[in-house]
Write a protein of this length. Structure first.
Length: 111
């Protein structure tokens, strides 16, 4: 009986990890398409600083912090300004549905 309980618990835990992993998967191709469609790569690069910080640097600054996803989502979808070269400019808003934006945010944080 004890073996059945342990085995059932192990199967349950394994299924939780598999489900969580599947939900957390990032569609990299879709994220990159969205970056291209919205002109994000004009100022940002994945690993190098261009006009703006790299996505790798953004991820390093935000990863593991409470509210990181919400903060990046807000920055991408609501009017905001950023400082570039000593002047404040309007940051373009990403034109996409919420699932696409959510995927992009997860992609950025996975860098």
């Amino acid at each position: 009986m004890k073996t059945k309980v342990l085995l059932s618990s192990a199967v349950l835990m394994a299924s939780v990890f598999v489900t969580t992993g599947a939900q957390a998967a990032v569609d990299e191709a879709s994220a990159k398409d969205l970056l291209n469609e919205n002109g994000c790569l004009n100022c940002h690069d994945v690993t190098k600083t261009k006009t703006a910080r790299s996505y790798k640097k953004i991820a390093a600054e935000r990863k593991g912090k409470a509210g990181a996803e919400a903060a990046i989502t807000k920055h991408l979808t609501q009017p905001s300004t950023v400082k570039l070269g000593g002047e404040m400019i309007d940051h373009p808003q990403v034109e996409a549905d919420s699932a696409q934006v959510n995927n992009l945010v997860k992609w950025i944080l996975s860098r």
